[in-house]
Ligand binder design. Sequence first.
Ligand SMILES: Nc1nc2c(c(=O)[nH]1)N[C@H]1C(S)=C(S)[C@@H](COP(=O)(O)OP(=O)(O)OC[C@H]3O[C@@H](n4cnc5c(=O)[nH]c(N)nc54)[C@H](O)[C@@H]3O)O[C@H]1N2
Ligand SMILES: Nc1nc2c(c(=O)[nH]1)N[C@H]1C(S)=C(S)[C@@H](COP(=O)(O)OP(=O)(O)OC[C@H]3O[C@@H](n4cnc5c(=O)[nH]c(N)nc54)[C@H](O)[C@@H]3O)O[C@H]1N2
Ligand SMILES: [Mo]
Length: 755
Amino acid sequence: MAQEKTVTGVKTYDNPAGGWGALRATAQAVATQMHAVEASKTLLRTNQPDGFDCPGCAWPDKKHSSTFQFCENGAKAVTWEATKKRVPPEFFAAHSVTELLEWSDYALENEGRLTHPMRYNAAADKYESVAWGAAFAEIGAQLRALDPNTVEFYTSGRTSNEAAFLYQIFAREYGSSNFPDCSNMCHEASSVGLPQSIGFGKGTVPLEGFDHCELIIAIGHNPGTNHPRMMGTLHDVSRRGVPIIVMNPLRERALERFADPQDPLEMATMGATPIASTYLQVSVGGDAAALKGIMKALLEMEAAAGGVLDRAFIAAHTMGFDELAADLAATSWESITAGSGLTQAALESVAKAYAASNATIVTYGMGVTQHVHGTENVQQIANLLLLRGNFGKPGAGICPLRGHSNVQGNRTVGITERPSAEMLDGIERTFGFRPSAARGHDAVAAMQAIRAGSSKALICVGGNLAVAMSDPEQCAAAMRGLSLSVHLATKLNRSHLLVGKTSLLFPVLGRTESDVQASGQQAVTVEDSMSMVHASRGNLPPASEHLRSEPAIVAGMAKATLPATRVDWDGLVADYDRIRDAIESVYPEFANYNAGIRVPGGFELPIPPNRLVWKTTTGKAMFKLFKGLNEDGPGYGADVLKLTTLRSHDQYNTTIYGLDDRYRGIFGRRDVVFVNAKDLAARGLEHGSVIDVEAAFTDGRRRILKGFTAVAYNLPQGSAAAYYPEANCLVPLDYADAQSGTPGYKSVPVRIAAS
Ligand SMILES: Nc1nc2c(c(=O)[nH]1)N[C@H]1C(S)=C(S)[C@@H](COP(=O)(O)OP(=O)(O)OC[C@H]3O[C@@H](n4cnc5c(=O)[nH]c(N)nc54)[C@H](O)[C@@H]3O)O[C@H]1N2
Ligand SMILES: Nc1nc2c(c(=O)[nH]1)N[C@H]1C(S)=C(S)[C@@H](COP(=O)(O)OP(=O)(O)OC[C@H]3O[C@@H](n4cnc5c(=O)[nH]c(N)nc54)[C@H](O)[C@@H]3O)O[C@H]1N2
Ligand SMILES: [Mo]
C-alpha cells in the first residue's frame, strides 16, 4: 500500500511471498546460528522418513519427501535449536536474574542452548549449577509436602508423545489433574467445540484431501508465515483451478501471491501463483456474523430454487437443522453486514461458490479460535460444512491448522484437565492405579490459582507461560509467589527468570539431537495436524553432555516424588518402545503403534467422522446454535477499535528470531499498531503518529501500551492489529471463552490516542 509519509522501518512490500527472498532468508538463518557443513547435514534430514520432525509447524510433508530445504520458517526453527551458541553456568555466574530480566526476549534466547541443570540461589540472585540427583530429590521432597491439587503441570506442544504421556502419568499418579497447556491458548475452542458438533475434536481432512477438493474457504490463518509447508499445497490447489476464498482482516501476502521456491519455472521467471480467488476482509471479530451470513444466503437459495442443501445427509446424520434454520431466518442482513463488515452480495457470492462445490474444505486458525465465543465460532464452521454433507467424502472436511508441531499428539496421549472415564480405565488397566476423575485447571484457571496463592508449584515442560498468557504483569507477579517452579527448556526465557522460592531450570534434548538410552538410540513420535503419527529421530550430538531427554527428566522427578509408584520408570525410559506399548494399552486407537511408526510416513489415527460415525451424546452430528452475532461479548462504544494480536514473520510464539515482518513491510521494529487510515484521521492521527493504546475494559484496571507507532494499513475500519506478545498486556486474564477458556487475543477492545 502506498504510504504518503516515510516512517522508520515501514516500507511497501510489493513482491509475492516465498521466492528468492525466502531462500535468502533461509541461508541467512543458517549462517548466523549454525556452521554451514553441519547445517546442511541437519537440514536435509528434516522430515525425512528416518530424520527428525520439523518443530516449525504441524503441517505434514508429502509422503517420503521433504520440502524442508525450501522452507524459510522451518529453517529458522531448526537452526534456532541447533545453534552453536551455549548458555553454560559461567553465563549465569556473570549475570544476575534481576539483570537478565532487563534483557529482551530476543536477547535471552539468542544466547543459545542451556547446558546444565541449574538451581536459583536467592542470596546471590543467580542460577547455579546443580546435580540432577539433588535437583530431583528437592522436587520430590517439596511435592510430597504439597496437596497435589495445588500443583500445576504445564505442557507446551513441542513435547513428544512419549514425554507427554509419561508426564501425565506422573501427575495423575501423584494425584493432580491440573494440565494447563499451550493448546488452552490456541485450539481449545476446536477441542471443545468440534466434539459437540461432530463427535471428534480434531481435523478430518487428510493431506490427499487437498488433491480432491473443489473449494477451499480459509479463515483466520496466515500460512505464509505460520504453516509454511501448507503453501506448497495451496499453490498446487490454486494451479488446479480450484477457488480459494480467504476471510481475513489483513491482506496477508502469501494468501494473495506465492512463488514456490520448489517450482523452478516460477523461480527462473520471477513469477508467482495467485492463491486467493476471492479475498474478503472480514472485520476483526466478524467471523460468526460472516459464517451465519453465508448460511443464511444458502438457505435463501434453497428456498428459491432447491437443490442447495444435502437433504439426505442432513436427515440421516444430523440433528438441530430446524432450529438453525429458524435462527438464521430471524437474523437480519443488516446485523450480519454490520457485524461482519462484509456486504450481503459478498457473502451471497461465497454461498454460490459453496453451493457449486461438491467437496469443500474449510481451513482455519487463531483468527477463529481466539475469541470470547471461539467455541461457537468453530461450531459455525462445522454447521456450514454439515449443510452440504462435507464429511465422509474425499476432498471435504474441516481443517484446523494446529500450532506447535505436536500439540495435537500431546492431547491425544492424555494432556487434559478433563479426564474421560475411558482414559482412566485405560490407565488403571495398564498401571494398576486409578487416577482422580476430578476436573483440573486449564491455562487460565492455573494462572488464576497461582495468582490467588491457592496453587503453590508449577512444572513446565517447555514453553514460556508467563509471556504467552494474557496479562503478563499479573502473571509475573503470580509466578514470583510460587514455592516451587521447575522449567524443562532448550533455551532461556523470561518465565525462567520469574523465580519463586525454589526454582530449577533443566536443559533438555531437542528434536534435532540424538537421544541415547540404555537400549540404544531412541526415536520419539509426534502427531501432525492430520492425525498422522510418525517417528522423529535426531542426529546431532547433544548441545552438552549434561542434557537429558524429556522422558528421562519426567521419570527422574516421578521416582523422587512417588516412593510407592506402580510405574517402572527406568524400564520405560530405557526403551521408548515400552512407552509406546503403554500408550497403546491406555489408548487402543494406537493399534500396533511400534510397528506403525516403522513404516515411512507412520500411520493414521482413526477419524470417525470420515466413516460417518458421530461420537456425540446423540450419535448424530449436531447443528450448534449461536444466538446473536457478536463473538466478542459486549461492545464498548463507537470510539473503540477491535484490536487483534498477530505473529510477525520473524517469530515463533514468544521466541523472537528477528525484528522484521517482511511481508507486511515492517523492518527492524515491532512497536507498531496497524490501523485503517480513516480511523487514524477520525482521531486526528496519521501514519507514523506515536500513540498509546488503552484497553477499554471497565474493571477498574488500566491496561496501556505506550508510545507505539501507528501504521496506516489496509484493514477494515474499526479493526486494528499489533504484535503478540507485546500487546498481551492489554488482555485481562479472564477475557476468555467461557466454554473452552481460550483467551480473546484476537478481539481486544481498545482506544487509541496521541502519546
Ligand atoms: N513461524 C511460525 N510458525 C508458527 C508459529 C509462529 O509463531 N511462528 N506459531 C505456531 C502456533 S502455536 C500456532 S497456534 C500457529 C498460528 O498460526 P495462525 O493462526 O496463522 O496465527 P496468527 O499469527 O495468530 O494469525 C492469525 C491470522 O488471523 C488473522 N486474524 C486476526 N484476527 C482475525 C479475526 O477476527 N477473524 C479472522 N477471520 N482473521 C483474523 C490475522 O490477520 C492473521 O492472518 O502457527 C504455528 N506456527
Ligand atoms: N496475544 C496473544 N497471545 C498468545 C497468542 C496470540 O496469538 N496472541 N497465541 C497463543 C498460542 S496459539 C500459543 S500455542 C501460546 C504459546 O505458548 P508457549 O508454548 O508457552 O510458548 P513458546 O513461545 O512456544 O515457548 C518457547 C519456549 O519453549 C522452549 N522450548 C523450545 N523447544 C523445546 C523443546 O523441544 N523442549 C522443551 N522442553 N522446551 C522447548 C524454549 O525454552 C522456548 O523459550 O501463546 C499464546 N499466546
Ligand atoms: Mo498455538
